[in-house]
Design a binder for this molecule. Structure first.
Ligand SMILES: Nc1ncnc2c1ncn2[C@@H]1O[C@H](COP(=O)(O)OP(=O)(O)OP(=O)(O)O)[C@@H](O)[C@H]1O
Ligand SMILES: [Mg+2]
Length: 226
């Protein structure tokens, strides 16, 4: 058996709220094989984004283990994790998370700040990514000069420019109309077809039905696996 790409063992996370702690994840066990398309569903507040942020190493578990390619990530420093992310993971969020003051091109080039890629090849890869989502004519625009669908295409371009092996998407179509949403999903599906491992949080059953592996979170634990 090959080593799974992602393994979570007994992952717990709580946040301090006022003078007590609120348990958000209570012992998550999950294995994701390389090349899988996994969807995460569950009600608001069930811990979906928290789980995705832990998988994306944006956040650390309080206890339990997170292994990537069999390697325990707990001991990695913040700098090592930043480097790991910039080489491996493309993020797409519901609210696009673009930097308002930067042009489309500079937004897409941003992840290269932490990657060991020459300035020239960063520029080339950013341009190619922007072209691949059909936004070459919007290169110098600021996010506020774009439609929601265009902003999300910029976010997709930013995610794919680093040629990540993993795409983590947190309700990427949540703020889009259904037609624009399907367009964004088709980009994500294409990345999966090209071999990327994709994990997507969604409220859309049709999206979940398309995925190979499904989990349903309830109160910080996996209530259902399909
Ligand atoms: N940084 C934080 N500090 C304190 N509490 C937090 C923090 N992040 C999340 N929480 C709490 O953890 C719980 C789970 O949050 P999370 O964002 O993971 O839910 P979610 O399933 O993604 O919900 P939604 O569908 O609304 O996005 C919520 O009750 C939230 O208030
Ligand atoms: Mg969320």
């Amino acid at each position: 058996m090959p080593t799974p790409l992602i393994q979570l063992r007994g992952v717990c996370k709580s946040y301090p709220i006022h003078d007590r702690r609120v348990d958000v994840l209570t012992g998550i066990n999950l294995v994701v094989e390389s090349g899988t398309f996994l969807s995460i569903m569950g009600p608001s507040g069930s811990g979906k984004s928290t789980l995705l942020n832990i998988i994306g190493t944006l956040d650390r578990p309080d206890s339990g283990e997170f292994l990537f390619n069999g390697k325990n990530m707990q001991s990695a420093s913040d700098t090592q994790l930043s480097r790991f992310r910039s080489r491996t993971i493309g993020f797409v969020f519901q609210n696009f998370n673009l930097i308002p003051g930067l042009s489309v091109l500079n937004n897409v080039k941003l992840p290269f700040l932490y990657a060991s890629v020459s300035r020239l090849s960063a520029e080339k890869r950013a341009l190619e990514a922007i072209e691949s989502v059909g936004l070459a004519h919007r290169m110098d625009h600021k996010p506020s000069e774009l439609s929601g669908g265009e902003m999300q295409r910029v976010a997709i371009a930013r995610a794919i420019a680093i040629q990540p092996s993993i795409i983590l998407a947190d309700e990427p179509t949540g703020n889009l109309d259904s037609k624009t949403g399907s367009e964004i999903l088709s980009y994500i599906k294409a990345l999966h077809d090209q071999g990327a491992t994709v994990i997507i949080i969604t409220h859309d059953q049709q999206v979940a039905d398309y995925t190979q592996q499904r989990i349903h979170l309830l109160d910080g634990r996996i209530a259902e696996r399909l």
